[in-house]
Design a protein around this ligand. Structure first.
Ligand code: F6P
Ligand code: MG
Length: 474
């Protein structure tokens, strides 16, 4: 905590903040979902010992839910030698062993995920079990229309990119066309974050699909309240010109799996094929996290789905729905992506690099001191893209900044002169927001459902987004 900024954090006790709604309403729902999922799996297990162990984890999950709903004190995580446990417990003590409904929102939600992991990690049969996996895959299946639409659009865009450089256009015209394509790819990638599972527990498949299509994206352009994308393009474009033959790396600190990972890979594939990057490093978590966050196995699940899209998208599941077959073109478009991504991965251009730091409870203000190896690694990159709400909250320590505070100030040690170029793509799902113009927060609060003088509700729903940039190499 010694490396954190002095600005106070959002607390689960603050009734006007989404912190309180999260702790009282969302977390119990998430735990109920975990219990249901494990029940379903255990019901099919025939091995008696494994069943018994599964049932005992279910009991512990139920006890955890009880503790949470009855606002008990957070208890130290059982130290089973797993990495990071001591850090969680030390911080718990420093924070004075708070109770669930009166604690730092950021710390407590990370603690919840860490605690879940301690129920599975030491077990014999359930060590690598991901209670969110079923949900992640079924949402990816329900994203079928947007997945197919994008697969087809991706091919068109790749062809447009080739044409732009082959039709005798001036360098300026090519750069202009490149910039437009880059923006479109980035906006696809940004809005892919609007459908994370921790927030969308109550949405139907139809709702999810409406959020993902190109029409929805166009309509949402005006909802990007600060957009510093051009700076990021300039950096990559300049690097392509000046360091033509050198390695030029872009890093993506991932957020959610399923549809969001799919659009991240679309962006990665585009950056590599356009030459705006020569390598893309992807950073997933190592343990199940905030329901839908990517862990390494989610990659193989996604690639497996795309290797046989017909099977994946038409297989009958427990919903009983008969899915219409994919056309030949749709299968071809999806396979095009699968082939490209598998090849890039094989060629070492698309790299997956997990790190324990991403599932520690603290903000990224601590990175230089707590994970110096990771910090040094990120300095090697031309641009580090942080995806999603939680990464943003961790960049700014989930603190109650004035909304006009410059982004470069709010990210502290990752800001100017850090050596790391930061780009954040975030659809707002929490109160903390920085770097927006004076008067903007007040304007949005006055919109229907915006929260008025009482709270910043407009920032809770994923409807509004911020794209913020900091050039740590300038
Ligand atoms: O705001 C709800 C919430 O679950 C937060 O706890 C968390 O920061 C965020 O959503 C997760 O969203 P994302 O997947 O975009 O990080
Ligand atoms: Mg997430």
């Amino acid at each position: 905590m010694e490396f954190d900024p002095k600005t106070p954090q959002y607390l689960t006790s603050d009734k006007t903040s989404f912190a309180s709604v999260s702790a009282h309403e969302r977390w119990p729902v998430i735990l109920t979902g975990a219990i249901d999922d494990l029940h379903r799996t255990v019901a099919d297990v025939t091995d008696e010992e494994q069943r018994k162990e599964g049932k005992s984890i279910i009991e512990k999950l139920a006890a955890l839910k009880y503790e949470l709903q009855h606002n008990r004190q957070l208890t130290p995580l059982p130290d089973d030698g797993e990495p990071g446990i001591a850090e969680y417990n030390k911080e718990l003590e420093q924070r004075g062993n708070p109770s669930w409904h009166d604690a730092s929102w950021l710390y407590t939600e990370c603690y919840l995920c860490g605690r879940l992991n301690t129920l599975f990690a030491p077990s014999k049969y359930w060590k690598n079990y991901d209670v969110f996996r079923r949900q992640k895959m079924s949402t990816f299946k329900s994203s079928r229309p947007a997945v197919l639409e994008l697969a087809s659009r991706y091919k068109e865009l790749a062809q447009e990119a080739e044409k732009a450089s082959a039709t005798g256009k001036t360098a300026d015209e090519v750069a202009q066309a490149d910039k437009l394509l880059f923006s479109e790819m980035c906006e696809i990638c940004l809005w892919g974050n609007a459908t994370d599972l921790s927030l969308l527990t109550s949405l139907t498949y139809d709702d999810i699909q409406k959020l993902q299509g190109s029409k929805a994206r166009k309509a949402s352009e005006k909802n990007i309240i600060i957009n510093e994308l051009d700076h990021a393009f300039d950096v990559l474009h300049r690097a392509r010109k000046e360091k033509k033959d050198a390695e030029r790396r872009v890093d993506i600190v991932l957020d959610n799996s399923g549809f969001e990972l799919y659009v991240d890979l679309i962006l990665a594939g585009y950056l590599l094929s356009s030459g705006l990057a020569t390598t893309v490093v992807l950073h997933p978590k190592l343990i199940p996290w905030f329901v839908s966050d990517v862990i390494p196995r989610d990659f193989s699940d996604l690639l497996n789905a795309l290797s046989d899209p017909q099977e994946f998208y038409t297989r009958r599941d427990e919903s009983g729905i008969a899915y219409p077959p994919l056309s030949e073109k749709e299968v071809g478009d999806a396979k095009f992506l699968f082939d490209q991504w598998s090849q890039l991965h094989q060629d070492g251009k698309l790299i997956i690099r997990p790190h324990e730091f991403w599932t520690t409870p603290g903000s990224y203000w601590r990175m230089p001191a707590v994970a110096p190896d990771l910090f040094e690694d990120l300095k090697q990159s031309e641009l580090v893209l942080f995806k999603g709400d939680l990464n943003y909250r961790k960049l700014v320590n989930d603190a109650m900044w004035e909304t006009t505070t410059p982004f470069t100030t709010a990210i502290g040690p990752l800001g100017p002169k850090s050596g790391v170029r930061v780009l954040a793509f975030r659809t707002c799902k929490a109160d903390t927001v920085v770097g927006i113009p004076p008067g903007e927060d007040e304007r949005l609060r006055l919109m229907p459902g915006g929260g008025g003088t009482e709270s910043r509700k407009w920032a809770w729903t994923g409807k509004w987004a911020v794209v913020s940039f900091s050039d740590g190499k300038a």
